[in-house]
Each structure stands twice: as C-alpha cells, then as structure tokens.
Design a protein around this ligand. Sequence first.
Ligand code: FMN
Length: 197
Amino acid sequence: MESSSSPKHTIKVAAISGSLRKASFHNGLIRSAIEITNQSIDQMSIEHIDISSLPMLNTDLETDDKFPPEVESFRQKILQADCFLFASPEFNYTVTASLKNAIDWGSRIPNVWADKAAAVISAGGSFGGGLSQYSLRQCGVYLDLHFINKPEFFLNAFEYPPKFDDDGNLIDEEAKERLKAVLLALKAFTLRLQGGS
Ligand SMILES: Cc1cc2nc3c(=O)[nH]c(=O)nc-3n(C[C@H](O)[C@H](O)[C@H](O)COP(=O)(O)O)c2cc1C
C-alpha cells in the first residue's frame, strides 16, 4: 500500500471507456486500473461505468424536464463520483462518437461533470491515442473538468512486444507502473480539489 496521507473517505472514481469493442484495449486499461487500485492504493475505488446503452443524444428525448432512464442512471453515477478516469481511444484524430455522446449527455443542464478532477489515458497507434486526449481536454474546459497534467499516459499498442493479450488485458508491466502513477496523481489532485477532506 502507498504511504501518502489518508483521506477521510474513500475516493470514488467513475471510469469511462470510449470503446464498445469486446476485446477493447481501453476496457483492458480500466480493468488493470481497478486491479492496481484494489491491490495497492488505499481508500480509492474505481467503478467502470458502461456507456454502451446510452441513446444518441437528441434533445427531443428530454420530455417533461426528464432524461431517458439510461441517461438518468448514467448522470446519477457521474454525480456520485469524486473524479473521473477516461480511457479514450483515438478515432480520426479525436475522441470516439460513443465517448463524446456520453460527455454530451452529462453536459445537459445541470452539467454533472463540473468542478471535478479527471485523468485521461489511451492506447493506439504511434502516438498512443494522444490526439484524443487533447480533444477531450478541450471539452473539459467547457465542462469545467480539471484534468491532471502529469504524468501523461500514452501507450503504443501495436509495437513489439505485445502490450495486451487477445482479450484486451494489459500485460505490460512497465505500462502498469505508469498507470499506477496516473492513479496516484488523480487521487492526490482530487483530495486537493476537495480541500484535503
Ligand atoms: C474509425 C477508426 C478510426 C481510427 N483512427 C485512429 C487515429 O486517428 N489514430 C490512431 O492512433 N488510431 C486510430 N484508430 C485505431 C484505434 O485507435 C485502435 O484500434 C484502438 O485500439 C481502439 O481502441 P480499443 O482497442 O479500445 O477499441 C482508428 C480506428 C478506427 C476503427
């Protein structure tokens, strides 16, 4: 277990993957983050929030000031989280449609993302999905999300040796260490934002 000062409560991290693929590397990154947290980070827990059932955003679906049930449930989970871990694949130099859709539903009034800490991680081609991270950070300005700047986590998923197995599980030990450093930074920044509580 790490030796940093302990928070008074368990920090709840909502983890969101921008991939709908079964053997997704990004779902694998979140599974690995959960395992690392359970094994070696005190007073923090990560829940993977599934966004696959969210309808495509259409404000006509908001009736009598209510959201569709899947959207309401998603928004409640976001509201209850202390901070966010985005695993954000890069599609055509930006975030995936599914992740942007989830972000947009959360941004409907009242914006449920506001004033919380976040981290973004990605795996992909040569830049390891990095351009999606900068797109997401740009959205974060309007959403009033506070992303940690360092450490950054990009992973070239296609270079030898393999970083993931056939099921999308992260198998690279060095990447796991870097992922742990991101999680510790997210925890520390969340505590700072919450005034050390
Ligand atoms: C439509 C599409 C566009 C993509 N565009 C990019 C890209 O711009 N840059 C990149 O590095 N990889 C790109 N990729 C590759 C994906 O980022 C890569 O397959 C990644 O593993 C997808 O995440 P996942 O494994 O979690 O599903 C693209 C893949 C698809 C299907």
